[in-house]
Design a protein around this ligand. Structure first.
Ligand SMILES: NC(=O)C1=CN([C@@H]2O[C@H](COP(=O)(O)OP(=O)(O)OC[C@H]3O[C@@H](n4cnc5c(N)ncnc54)[C@H](O)[C@@H]3O)[C@@H](O)[C@H]2O)[C@@H](O)CC1
Ligand SMILES: Nc1ncnc2c1ncn2[C@@H]1O[C@H](COP(=O)(O)OP(=O)(O)O)[C@@H](O)[C@H]1O
Ligand SMILES: [K+]
Length: 475
């Protein structure tokens, strides 16, 4: 499991460790890791031109000590000071002693640099970059130099991944002690480049703010039939989806469900012919969901149109229910809150915005806050789709962030596949958080495997799930 911790937690761990170490030791650890990462990126350090952008805090201190280490190995290091009178004094002394200089011509130095170190602000930053810092970040971006962010790209919010003003766009980020949530959540994540974590010896709590499943975590969750399994024991998933207008959504949700590990898929609704045509193994039923026979989990909503009665009927079932697409619009909040069996909501940003009564852009700007708010408001697990898929449960547990996925997934119907897949995992007995995050992982990996750099359709994603499953199990 990859974990991320918020600023307060990181600072508390830093304080605790600093109290036990000689002064400055922690910053030296950070700077040593940073310099080593830069040296690796440069290939040849001797003779390379490096520019440090240095703000008034310890983030600038890290950059200065790392710059000193590079200067000692023969790099030509110039520093641009944003607040000369408040620069980390020890860091600046070290840089000068190693042969580094304060830039007299920042524009020229940045334009000629091979590597720019962004030490403007770290976890002490508030809001977007101030104008002079923003100007330097712009020069660095235009220079063609490789930009390495120190701890995090300056201007992004460490705790939330929000970017509320100008911010650095890094090619790589070297972060210290722990991942910060902002390094894993868009829109900030999109500005980090490849992230490298430097262990500085922090002792962090067992419970993170954010966690990302890795291959082995997902492999441990995926259901495997045993010798004594039969189709019912593996779990039956019911799909209440599709309409005369959108039969394809039903087909795609069933396609996802068939690849998710349930022993059987029941389909209920007006698209039965289309479903059977494509997937004759589906058990279809024309009546209401409650009369369709037993299931261990329901998926309701994809392509459903305005059939509020089907949503009510499914929500009355005492089994886990996944609500997606039209179902989200039709589900009554109080009914969802009153359910005793788990509910999993899977909105995209537009649907989440409608549920929260805010603009879509605000959900996209504040994904982490939005998914947490929705989970609390509905008393349900929420999977928020999009460029960073997040899964939150009510009650302040760590939010899961999906590390797989690709923007090729932004294709009609891929969400229907995801809802079937997650519903199937629910039916197989996974908790809503595990079902949602394992499904998002497989779905994202399936899309990557299917796409390999070219466009994919939702059916390709469904077909890619088996390959993704195998890859996950193989590690
Ligand atoms: N204290 C230590 O020994 C360690 C500190 N570490 C480094 O220290 C950093 C945190 O240092 P600080 O607490 O000094 O804070 P920062 O260096 O992150 O930033 C604080 C300064 O930035 C200015 N600032 C805030 N928002 C700004 C904005 N939007 N635009 C421009 N300037 C802005 C503030 O005026 C303040 O002076 C970490 O991110 C990490 O890089 C790590 O090296 C680990 C060890
Ligand atoms: N920019 C993006 N990057 C990565 N994944 C994305 C992006 N945009 C959409 N997705 C994913 O694609 C799927 C689209 O689902 P959804 O919006 O419900 O579409 P539909 O209703 O057409 O099925 C979701 O899994 C979502 O996370
Ligand atoms: K920084």
């Amino acid at each position: 499991m990859r974990t991320a911790f918020g600023v307060e937690t990181v600072r508390a761990a830093e304080r605790e460790l600093m109290a036990r170490l000689p002064e400055g030791a922690l910053m030296q650890r950070a700077a040593a890791g940073l310099a080593a990462a830069c040296a690796e990126l440069l290939g040849k350090v001797y003779g390379s031109r490096v520019v440090l952008l240095v703000g008034s805090g310890d983030n600038g201190g890290d950059a200065l000590y790392a710059g000193a280490r590079l200067a000692r190995r023969g790099a030509g290091v110039a520093v641009v000071l944003l607040a000369p009178e408040r620069t980390h004094a020890g860091g600046l002394r070290a840089l000068r002693a190693a042969g580094g200089r304060v830039s007299a011509a920042p524009e020229r130095d940045i334009a000629g640099a091979r590597l720019v170190l962004d030490g403007i602000v770290g976890i002490g930053g508030r809001g977007g970059l101030r104008p002079e810092a923003a100007r330097l970040a712009g020069l660095a971006a235009a220079s063609g130099a490789f930009v390495v962010a120190v701890d995090l790209p300056s201007g992004v919010e460490a705790d939330t991944g929000e970017v509320r003003g100008p911010a650095v766009r890094a090619d790589a980020t070297v972060t210290f002690g722990a991942y910060k949530p902002g390094l894993l959540v868009d829109p900030a994540q999109e500005r980090t480049g490849a992230v490298r974590l430097i262990d500085i010896g922090l002792d962090l709590p067992a419970t993170a703010d954010l966690e990302a499943l890795q291959y082995a975590d997902v492999a441990a969750l995926l259901p495997v039939p045993g010798a004594g399994s039969d189709k019912y024991r593996r779990g039956v998933v019911g799909i209440a989806a599709g309409s005369a207008r959108y039969p394809g959504a039903a087909v795609l949700a069933v396609a996802g469900a068939l690849r998710g590990g349930a022993g059987a898929v029941r389909y209920v609704g007006p698209a039965a012919d289309a479903v059977i045509d494509r997937y004759p193994e589906t058990l279809v039923h024309a009546g209401p969901p409650s009369k369709a026979g037993r299931v261990q989990a329901w998926v309701v909503g994809p392509g459903l149109g305005d059939d509020a009665e089907r949503v009510r009927d499914v929500l009355a079932a005492d089994v886990p229910v996944l609500v997606d697409a039209d179902g989200l619009r039709l589900a009554d909040r109080a009914t969802v809150r009153a359910r005793t069996a788990p509910t999993l909501l899977t909105p995209h940003a537009g649907e989440a915005a409608a549920l929260l009564g805010v603009d879509r852009a605000e959900v996209e700007a504040a994904r982490l806050a939005s998914v947490r708010r929705l989970a609390e408001a509905y008393g349900a697990t929420v999977l928020l789709k999009g460029s960073t898929t997040l899964v939150a449960a009510p009650g302040g547990r760590p939010v899961r962030v999906n590390p797989t996925g690709t923007s090729w997934l932004a294709t009609a119907g891929s969400g229907d596949v995801l809802s079937g897949l997650a519903g199937s995992l629910l039916a197989a007995g996974l908790s809503p958080v595990d079902a949602a995050s394992a499904a998002a992982f497989l779905h994202g990996l399936a899309a990557r495997l299917a796409a390999r750099g070219a466009p994919v359709g939702a059916q390709d994603v469904a077909e890619g799930v088996r390959g993704a499953w195998r890859e996950v199990v193989a590690g």
